[in-house]
Design a protein around this ligand. Structure first.
Ligand SMILES: [Zn+2]
Ligand SMILES: [Zn+2]
Length: 146
């Protein structure tokens, strides 16, 4: 563990915002002004490989990094993009069923939730409507096909 890697790990552990590599770079640069983005990327990869952090793609076009390496679910705000950890049981039986039915080994799954976070909800409740007479959130029918 190099001193640089230790600082990167500390910065990720100190946040629960699930930052992107660029955001981590900004955080780390406060403590290591001369570090390069490439170094941050490389160290993030190593930390993921060691299982000390987790890398995830929540469909917003960025890899995001999680200092909580335990397997857990997330809910993402469809308005501001904030990502919040969920504390609930993993669907383990689900994976056993897949293994039994198909013979697949090393079965994993990805299940992402989305919704409107309390901050955005409050903002929407403040009545400053200029247009948008009757737009219902969630009515867009954005179903994710395979
Ligand atoms: Zn939000
Ligand atoms: Zn998380």
């Amino acid at each position: 563990m190099t001193p640089q890697r230790k600082i990167i790990l500390e910065e990720i552990a100190n946040t629960n915002t699930h930052p992107s590599a660029d955001e981590i770079y900004e955080l780390v640069r406060r403590r290591l002004p001369r570090i390069s983005l490439g170094t941050v990327y490389r160290n993030l990869e190593v930390l993921c490989e060691c299982g000390l952090i987790r890398k995830m793609d929540l469909g917003d076009g960025h890899w995001r990094f999680d200092g909580n390496a335990e397997s857990h679910y997330h809910v993402r705000c469809t308005s501001c993009g904030r990502i919040t950890d969920l504390y609930m049981e993993e669907l383990c039986d689900f994976e056993n069923i897949i293994r039994q039915q198909t013979g697949y080994e090393g079965v994993g799954h990805r299940l992402d939730f989305y919704g409107l976070c309390p901050v955005c909800k409050r903002e929407r409740e403040i009545p400053h409507r200029t247009d948008l007479p009757s737009s219902r959130p969630g009515a867009a029918g954005e179903s994710e096909g395979m």
